[in-house]
Design a protein around this ligand. Structure first.
Ligand code: ATP
Ligand code: MG
Length: 573
């Protein structure tokens, strides 16, 4: 690439909305251009890197026997109605009508389409396993698009779907994909952790996220200081304890007047109690069913755990009207005793450890004090329904404590079971001649987000420091004096010889000052810069700068090509 004719404009200033480094640098390095909120043009520099990430993905997936397909972005509503997700996918699903008034959506993910595609071909277990993938634009009408390519509305995703004859075989496929992801992100030069994850709206009951460790990450990860346990904060488990309460310390229950005292802070202050002596009682809608969730006053309800426990599609807080109907009181005074309408009570395990606790009385402006579980009420369900936090004991080993990190989720793998194959009748004849639904898995990688994450991890004050494998160009040749024939000739010869040797080279043949070229080279982050100036070239030498270390060395022109070939192959190891 000759920069003199490149479609490239670097920038000094960044827009205010660019809050994270990767967004700022991609903007400044002329890689992306905003078209609308969360919707970007990918300019040549960005696309080259994206294509390299895609090539790595393709290579690693094909090694595991995956086959590439391409499905439409526009999807008919019928399929989503079959799986049931048309109703509950929520506002991220961009729905629209065609001229015949038929409902369609833009694909945020492709479980429905692939399941339909596969059921049209699948007959017998003998055809399986299948693992089909595509790399394509997705659309999710994110409520808060931000951070450039990190959280866009339209973004490029690699999504893969596996179909197997048994749970065992499906879990083998899951492991293959887990291994492929590990190889992919290693090759992209990323530092990451694979963590246990919640499955959310996708469904299924086993999942890992691949999290690139970075301060700017939107996800919290908890990992053990001692063993290998690591989980998304949504999923991280609380260590199991046995609870034995000494009932000789129980005091008798009382109703107290607590006018207008609704929040935990207000009630604790009013009654002179600590937050851990209260139980927070919240009415949740778990799909269509109302459930009263109880957690200790100093803990937060973990909706992802509620969703997983009840295997629900959606979980959200009930509105004030529903709360009033169920409790017979205004919001803020709910509790497990004396509900107006009996609903399921789901208590966090920790509630078993509180004696003489305070809770709402299901009567506006009243609370109950000295309530004790078992004596005064029973929970229908006991489980782990709160957020774990740093400093708590590891749920798996005896020695470790949980430590917190920030992460950027670049990929996720799910074991789905028969969630989609059952609802959409994607069946086959098994070894016993019986018709059964296929066992499925699904596997996503955010290609643009991976690019952004790579920049978050690899930059300095001057700009991007690309890992060799995903750099838009591997080396930049920088002739400094365009009027010096030797400078120009050596530069052109080197450039040609690099291209012939399969090195991705660019040449900065723009008629600009040296300082301008140096700044741009550092900003765009070419792994190697070859600086060719009149002074050194007179001695048959050029200057070679390694972007990552800042190291510079003078080298004979004749040695540069072999040095570069060697440097590249070392960097890709
Ligand atoms: P998040 O929790 O960040 O919203 P998700 O868990 O909903 O993501 P998945 O359904 O697991 O996303 O999608 C697979 C991959 O696609 C993610 O791991 C992520 O890398 C990428 N991805 C998801 N949403 C976006 C987005 N809005 N912009 C860019 N990449 C995204
Ligand atoms: Mg995910």
């Amino acid at each position: 690439m000759r920069l003199s004719s490149a479609f490239l404009k670097t920038m000094k200033e960044v827009p205010k909305e660019a809050q994270v480094v990767s967004h700022q640098l991609m903007f400044r390095a002329g890689m992306i251009q905003k078209l609308a909120s969360g919707i970007y043009n990918y300019l040549p520099m960005a696309l080259r890197s994206l294509r390299k990430i895609e090539a790595i993905i393709r290579e690693e997936l094909e090694k595991k026997g995956c086959q590439e397909v391409l499905m439409p972005i526009v999807q008919p509503a019928e399929l989503w109605k079959e799986s049931g997700r048309w109703e509950y996918y929520g506002a991220e699903l961009l729905r629209f009508k065609d001229r015949k008034d038929s409902d369609f959506c833009l694909g945020p993910t492709h479980e429905e389409v692939i399941t339909d595609m596969v059921r049209k071909n699948l007959k017998s277990y003998k055809q399986l396993p299948w693992n089909l993938y595509q790399i394509q634009s997705k659309f999710r009408d994110e409520i808060r698009p931000r951070f450039g390519l990190m959280r866009g509305r339209e973004f490029i995703m690699k999504d893969a779907y596996s179909f197997d004859e048994s749970v065992e075989k499906s879990l083998e496929n899951y492991q293959l994909m887990y291994d492929a992801y590990t190889a992919i992100f290693n090759r992209c030069g990323l530092i990451f952790k694979a963590v246990d994850a919640a499955t959310g709206a996708i469904g299924g009951d086993r999942s890992h996220e691949f999290q690139v460790l970075a301060e700017s990450g939107e996800d919290g990860i908890l990992s053990c200081s001692h063993c290998g346990y690591a989980a998304n904060e949504e999923k991280a488990a609380i260590k199991e304890k046995s609870y034995k309460l000494d009932n000789s310390t129980f005091i008798s229950l009382e109703e107290v007047h607590t006018p207008n005292q609704k929040s935990i802070e207000e009630v604790t202050e009013f009654l002179g109690k600590k937050p851990e002596e209260l139980i927070k009682s919240m009415v949740y809608m778990v799909d269509e069913e109302a459930v009263l969730v109880l957690v200790q006053g100093n803990k937060e309800v973990n909706e992802a755990k509620i969703q997983a426990y009840f295997n629900a599609n959606i979980v959200h807080l009930a509105d004030d009207k529903t709360v009033e109907e169920i409790t017979g009181a205004a919001t803020g005074f709910a509790g497990p005793i004396g509900l107006n309408k009996q609903i399921k009570i789901a208590a966090d395990n920790g509630v078993q450890g509180i004696i003489n606790m305070v809770c709402g009385a299901n009567k506006t402006d009243y609370h109950l004090t000295d309530v004790n579980i078992e004596r005064d009420f029973k929970a229908d369900v006991l489980g782990d329904f709160i957020h774990a936090a740093a400093g708590e004991p590891c749920p798996v080993c005896e020695e470790g404590i949980l430590e917190e990190h920030r992460g950027i989720e670049v990929g996720q793998v799910f074991y789905l079971g028969t969630k989609y194959s059952k609802s959409m009748s994607c069946n086959f004849l098994d070894r016993n001649g019986k018709e059964v639904p296929a066992e499925m898995g699904c596997y996503g990688i955010g290609v643009g987000r991976t690019l952004a994450a790579a920049i978050e991890q690899n930059h300095d004050d001057n700009g991007i420091i690309w890992p060799m494998a995903i750099a838009p160009y591997e080396v930049l040749i920088m002739p400094l004096q365009l009027k010096d024939e030797d400078v120009v000739n050596v530069s052109n010869t080197l450039y040609k010889s690099f291209l012939e040797a399969g090195i991705d080279a660019a040449i900065d043949d723009r008629n600009e000052r040296a300082g301008f070229k140096f700044n741009d080279a550092d900003l765009i982050g070419y792994p190697v810069q070859i600086i060719i100036g009149s002074k050194t070239i007179a001695e048959g030498m050029v200057e070679v700068k390694v972007r990552a270390t800042g190291e510079k060395q003078n080298m004979k022109v004749a040695e540069v090509k072999d040095w570069m070939i060697n440097f590249k192959s070392e960097a890709l190891k």
